[in-house]
Design a protein around this ligand. Structure first.
Ligand code: INI
Length: 211
């Protein structure tokens, strides 16, 4: 049985230059494979400073997300000295840790990693909902990319599939998104499109590269 997601990818793969290269490890298309007009954040992490907040709850899943995220930061050129990993008890605590790290203005983006797996109570809904809302709030309030690398699944198998199993690694995707958004914000600032108060973040030259 082919899922709607898989058939969408199959359809997009028919288009020249689109998507196929990145499918084996990521479910996001590679930024370089998107054609046409528009301002984009590059996938180059050189010079970027990235914070990661990771939940200990469901740690056998979140440690896989973290491994994926760190490997992706390495691959993208983010130096080990330019990243910080902070552990929190559960996904509910991710927004506060993200806020604390964003407040330092030392980072170009924050990646939040967690795994909320539905149990038999409504706890899942509160934890997942407040985690997502809190992360979005930090991102908008702090005018800094704060990426939602939190799995919200019905069961453990679904979580493992998205933590380096058959459906890629959401932690790696989150790292990719953080780099892209950090670079995009630099370019938008250069283009005069706003976020003037984010002055504590690293500066960039006309290409969006770190200076
Ligand atoms: N935290 C998670 O990260 N994932 C879960 O699946 C989860 N469930 O299901 O309970 C969970 N709960 C803990 C929560 O995040 C807080 O740490 C706790 O409530 C203390 O504030």
């Amino acid at each position: 049985m082919v899922s709607a997601d898989e058939s969408l990818h199959a359809e997009l793969d028919q288009q020249p230059g689109h998507f196929a290269a990145q499918r084996s490890t990521h479910r996001l298309p590679a930024i370089d494979d998107i054609e046409g007009e528009g301002i984009r954040g590059t996938a180059d992490g050189t010079g970027l400073r990235i914070a990661v907040a990771c939940s200990r709850f469901n740690g056998h899943v979140t440690s896989l997300l973290l491994t994926g995220a760190l490997a992706e930061l390495d691959r993208s050129g983010v130096a080990a000295a330019d990243r910080t990993v902070a552990w929190v008890p559960g996904a509910f605590e991710l927004p506060l840790a993200a806020m604390a790290m964003a407040t330092t203005r030392r980072y170009d983006a924050v990646v939040c990693l967690g795994a909320v797996i539905r149990g038999e109570t409504s706890h899942f809904d509160f934890v997942a909902g407040q985690c997502a809302a809190g992360i979005q709030r930090v991102q908008l309030d702090m005018e800094l990319p704060v990426v939602f690398g939190v799995l919200t699944t019905e069961n453990l198998d679904q979580a493992l599939a998205r933590a380096g199993g058959g459906l890629g690694n959401k932690g790696a995707e989150a790292a990719t998104s953080a780099i892209e958004m950090a670079n995009l914000l630099r370019r938008l600032a250069l283009a005069g499109a706003g976020l003037p108060s984010n002055s504590g973040a690293a500066t960039a030259d006309a290409t969006g590269n770190a200076t």
